[in-house]
Design a protein around this ligand. Structure first.
Ligand code: DSN
Length: 419
């Protein structure tokens, strides 16, 4: 298949080859990225990309659904089993649309929703003002405690009492600590709100049972499928049986047309992979790696939001180092360590050049790296920070990074690198 692409479109082939080489020849610390297995990659590039399947199994608008119905049912069943949920919708194209569907399933435009503010670690679709969710709903935002960098559940409860939201969103994209979904559920219940939990980042940890699951407490759980869960790009909703119809209607026809069946089949594969002892080991190792990396960063004098990590993610507050987040992220990229700059809670700097750097350990864990390598990576980060304006030093660090990458090759299916 790859050589057919090379023959037909050498330009795109060459760019794919370069991207595969970039992904294998750099250390990926973007907390939302990972490397999928060969099986997931094959499923996501299959003939299912040719098929329209608007509707749901047994109730489609187009014919020819003999196979797609079976695939969707398998994906639903695997999701329900993995997350112990009553109902699963495996059609959302992404996490953003899954979040929108969760809200539309439960409340009306104009109602009040309450989510974590973006600069405090929330997501755009948790009601941030530039997102549609911040425009069509009356959005109230909670923040992390300025002293601890963590959730103060009493403060969140007070805010909920004051604003009486119809939905409370629990979940984050840059929160390095365990989330007490039970406590969020109790707050929601106390004000008569629904709880939507967005586990996009931690879904793999939840599936492996090493992070508390929101499923028993939330009315609807939303996730992406490609972060710690290690599936293809996509989204998913889990809910209690009583919301199943509303959730399905909100996804289709509420927000989407035909589901991406190729992604859905790959999601099914990823969930079978996640339901194995090997996956639990991987998820445990993610957290061990994250803790080891955090420890080393602290030793090197970095300040971490919340002082450490309980999950796959670390948020560095760079203010004491006097290095803007963007500048460090760019220098690290030159050293072949790929990260993203990120706002920190109450960031005095702009979101385009914030004071933080977000890193995550899922992708390096998939490559087989352990605590020793996690510490070595933290040391690389420190060396880059200390030589931020020294191109020669950064070039030298990039050679060491490449050596580490070669010792932990990416999964074997990066076939496009064969030439
Ligand atoms: N863009 C994702 C992340 O990096 O966290 C959230 O959608």
């Amino acid at each position: 298949m790859i050589s057919a692409l090379e023959q037909y479109d050498p330009q795109i082939y060459e760019l794919l080859r370069q991207e595969a080489a970039r992904q294998s020849g750099s250390i990926r610390l973007i907390a939302s990225e990972n490397y999928v297995s060969k099986a997931v990659m094959i499923a996501s590039g299959s003939c299912l990309t040719n098929k329209y399947a608007e509707g749901y199994p047994g109730k489609r608008y187009y014919e020819g659904q003999q196979v797609t119905d079976l695939i969707e049912i398998i994906a639903q069943e695997r999701a329900k089993k993995l997350f112990k949920a009553d109902h699963a919708n495996v059609q959302p194209y992404s996490g953003s649309i899954a979040n929108m569907a969760a809200y539309l399933a439960l409340v009306e435009p104009g109602d009040t929703i309450m989510g974590l503010s973006l600069p405090h670690g929330g997501h755009l679709t948790h009601g941030w003002k530039v997102s549609l969710t911040g425009k069509i709903f009356n959005s109230v935002q909670y923040e992390v405690d300025p002293k601890t960098g963590m959730f103060d559940y009493d403060q969140i409860a007070d805010l909920a009492k004051k604003h009486k939201p119809k939905i409370i969103i629990s979940g984050a994209t840059a929160y390095p600590r365990a989330i007490d979904f039970k406590a969020f559920g109790e707050i929601a219940k106390s004000v008569g709100a629904y709880m939507v939990s967005d586990i996009a980042h931690i879904a793999g940890l939840v599936a492996a049972g090493i992070h508390q699951s929101p499923v028993p407490y939330a009315d609807v759980v939303s996730t992406t499928t490609h972060k710690t869960l290690r599936g293809p790009r996509g989204g998913m909703l889990l809910c209690k049986a009583e919301y199943a119809k509303n959730v399905d209607k909100a996804v289709f026809p509420g927000l989407q047309g035909g589901p991406h069946m190729h992604s859905m089949s790959a999601i099914a594969v990823a969930m079978a992979e996640a339901d194995t002892p090997e996956f639990i080991q991987y998820a445990k190792q993610i957290v061990k790696n994250s803790r080891a990396m955090a420890e080393k960063l602290l030793e090197c004098g970095f300040e971490l939001v919340s002082g450490g990590t309980d999950n796959h993610l670390i948020l560095i507050d760079l203010r004491n180092k006097n290095i803007p987040g963007k500048k460090l992220a760019k220098a690290l990229d030159r050293a072949k360590i790929v990260t993203n700059c990120n706002s920190i809670p109450n960031d005095p700097a702009s979101p385009f050049n914030p004071s933080g750097l977000r890193i995550g350990t899922a992708a390096v864990t998939t490559r087989g790296m352990k605590e020793e390598q996690a510490k070595q990576i933290a040391e690389f980060i420190n060396q880059v920070a200390e030589n931020i304006d020294n191109d020669t030093a950064i070039e030298k660090i990039s050679k060491e990074v490449l050596l580490l990458c070669s010792q932990f090759p990416v999964p074997e299916h990066f076939i496009i690198t064969e030439k």
